[in-house]
Design a protein around this ligand. Structure first.
Ligand code: PLP
Length: 410
């Protein structure tokens, strides 16, 4: 295995001196990745069940993806959206094939995708009530996470996200997830859209029930509202279907995606059904970098590998078996594990105790996993992870839980 080109010994000092302190980071510097593993600057290997927060869909340095980027980098990286590029057209076609008749707009991140959806809702409100109307209310879910721009933050009703940045955008209201009546109660003539994650990620791994999604669909049809789903984290194969809402069979009016889309290359997109997509007319929205030839080459490589290697079917089958295996932790460690939530390769261990101590213990035992909400350990393996990788992770989790049991008993 080749050595990384740059290994610095003073990275911690450089971060201390020069990088803004908006993250509380563990003392770990990652210098290399391959498949489901990453290595730190001392040469130690970790099983990466963070996947760069659900980004590295194909794991690290997948040969098909690396080759696509290498080839495209030598041909054309960027030409702006003032002109067409062949990769963007082809990627849009393939996303439409997955989502249904409609159109795609490309941007660079999850929060930007959500900005696009919020702007789409505003245009829908104008179509509904006229430019003089004030139909711009968007109903979101409590405990949601939609990103860090003003649109994203305004849709994210969490003190730790909004604190210090108010006032937020006007027009956001919040219902209880999986409580249809609480959403219905918030609908009025000024409402343009309902906007939520199919499976809440950052707030804890909390899926919408199928009945709830169907109820929201009906509510949107009755009141001419857009049903907009944030699939930034749960989409792109993570749950074993291309989009997580496809398990329910519900129809969305618009979808936001990012994270796994570029497989590690920064990229976001929105899809909207044809009659809503046409609300964006020339000049109404844009992005300098969105959908560059390079970003689209990376995403096309992700989709190629999904198809070639039957990734979605494997995530569905392996994920179900893995969840059954993790469910046994609830019976074996009832003082620590409350429940296992989620689907496919987006699972959460709902803990009785605080997750930070567990996250640290798992890392020290060789497994990287992020926390979510206040009491959840998130497990987000690369979608290429095999049953054997999942088993290795389960064994590490078991060893950490067993050690905690022991130290609690002594
Ligand atoms: C990560 C995330 C975002 C924000 O994406 P960025 O690329 O960090 O801007 C938005 N929505 C959901 C559901 C996410 O998980």
């Amino acid at each position: 295995m080749s050595q990384p080109s740059i290994v610095r010994t003073n990275t911690a000092e450089l971060y201390d001196a020069y990088v803004m302190k908006n993250y509380g980071r563990p003392p770990l510097t990652i210098v290399r990745g391959q498949g489901v593993s990453v290595w730190d600057d001392t040469g130690r290997e970790y099983l990466d069940f963070t996947s760069g927060v659900a980004v590295a869909a194909l794991g690290h340095c997948h040969p098909v993806w690396v080759e696509a980027i290498r080839r495209q980098a030598g041909e054309l990286i960027h030409c702006s959206n003032l002109f067409r590029n062949p990769n963007q057209g082809e990627l849009a076609r393939r996303l439409v094939q997955r989502a249904g008749p409609g159109r795609v707009f490309f941007c660079n991140s999850g929060t930007e995708a959500n900005e696009g959806l919020i702007k789409l809702a505003r245009l829908h409100g104008v179509r509904k009530a006229g430019a003089e109307g004030k139909c711009f209310k968007i109903i979101c879910a409590k405990n949601a996470f939609h990103g860090r721009t003003f649109g994203g933050m305004s849709a994210t009703p969490q003190e730790k996200i909004q604190k210090g940045f108010r006032p937020m955008l006007p027009g956001f209201a919040f219902g209880e997830l999986n409580n249809l009546q609480s959403f219905a109660d918030l609908v009025d003539e000024d409402t343009a859209a309902i906007f939520l994650e199919t499976i809440q990620g950052e707030g804890g791994i909390t899926p919408c029930t199928d009945e709830f999604l169907w109820g929201l669909r009906q509510l949107c049809d009755q009141h001419n509202l857009l049903l907009m789903l944030d699939e930034v984290q749960c989409g792109l194969g993570r749950t074993g279907t291309f989009y997580a809402f496809q398990h329910s069979g519900v129809r969305a009016d618009a979808i936001g995606m990012a994270k796994g889309l570029g497989g590690g290359y920064p990229m976001g997109a929105i899809w909207a059904a044809e009659k809503h997509a046409e609300l964006f007319t020339p000049g109404s929205h844009g992005s300098t970098f969105g959908g560059t030839p390079l970003a689209c080459a990376a995403a096309l490589a992700v989709l190629d590998v999904f198809e070639r290697d039957n990734i979605l079917q494997k995530v569905q089958a392996n994920g179900a078996a893995w969840k059954a295996e993790l469910d046994r932790l609830v019976t074996d460690f009832p003082q620590q594990v409350k429940a296992v939530t989620g689907r496919g390769y987006m699972l959460g261990l709902l803990m009785h105790g605080e997750p930070p101590a567990y996250i640290t213990a798992l890392r020290e035992a060789g497994l990287l996993a992020p926390s979510a909400g206040t009491n959840t350990i998130r497990l987000l393996p690369p979608l290429i992870a095999t049953q054997e990788h999942l088993d290795r992770a389960t064994a590490i989790i078991r060893s950490v839980l067993a050690r905690k049991n022991q130290s609690a008993a002594s």
